[in-house]
Design a protein around this ligand. Sequence first.
Ligand code: NAD
Length: 359
Amino acid sequence: MAHEVTFIPGDGTGPELAEATRRVLEATGVAFHWDVQQAGIDEYESSGDPFPPATLASLKRTSVGIKGPTTTPVGSGFRSVNVLLRKELDLYACVRPCKAYAGVRTRFPETDIVIIRENTEDLYAGIEFEQGTPENARVRELLEELGSHVREDSGISIKPISVFGSERIVEHAFAYAKRHGRRKVTAVHKANIMKFTDGLFLQVAREVATRHPEIEFEDRIVDNLTNQLVSRPEEYDVLVLPNLYGDIVSDLAAGMIGGLGFAGGANIGTHAAVFEATHGSAPKYKGLNRVNPTALMLSGVYLLEHLEETDAAHRLERAIAEVIRKGEKVTYDLKEDRNDPTAVGTSQFADAVIEEMGA
Ligand code: NAD
């Protein structure tokens, strides 16, 4: 039976990347029924809503989607589609595998890690009190009463970390490790300084680890982890982190595998899972058939894994890796010289992957 999947092309270079990804997914032989839905700046300009109710309804119905990047205008306009998606579908886990493929220029060729970032809590919860406002004064008064002095000219952001939020993200990390044959989970924190937030995260992580004795568990303080990641990346496997550290370490890891062009990912929630590249809509290349589809295609690999189409997932990943290793039919960013005239376009990269799967 065909898998029904919500398909959101996005905007900027999103539609080209999404089309390339749709083609390689179909070439695996797995049957899909795509429910095409819109989101992003083009949709905002035509209907006045960047994230129409039909798109959300489709994701709630199918519970799985693949999405091209969407532009968020700076300063004005509308709220980020990605933030809305995360909130509406409670996409609490951001999963980003970071593997250095042969043929990609990187100083860290041994890197093969998976970052599991908590997506809903921490300093990103949006609990902020602007400097100079009456609300800020009330928070400072309360803090004074509780014995903590905060300078009058301060802005204040609150960092909530709960047992519930920590438990479900760490459980997710262990479930991921088991499902993907990974050997170790490392919990990352700053519990030595923030005892009641990161300390709680660590305590919960240790408790969860006792339920999964077959997977090795360790923890690292975040500053030490960043140091170790770039000196001994091969020692790390699955990392589970609260929101802020997860955000930062994700980009570090993407840099270690050759850049955002290779970082696919998934946002997994209680109601749905949405697969998408880490990079943005690269609007300057819109319609030029130029940009690298690897990150969204790899997100397609993770979609296949999620749908338990394991064999197809392996075949697609192998084909992508092989096209990159050969380095012939690849986009400009994968060439030694970015002006190399032998570079191919987004669509021809997809053709090469399809050809490789049939080889
Ligand atoms: P970007 O990721 O679009 O681009 C950063 C740089 O990387 C640019 O030089 C771009 O040309 C290059 N690049 C990006 N993807 C590439 C690819 N596949 N192949 C080759 N080169 C690639 O980041 P930005 O310019 O900061 O953001 C553009 C828009 O995308 C913004 O509106 C931002 O809000 C949005 N955005 C969306 C998502 C998402 O939908 N998940 C994520 C990040 C940013």
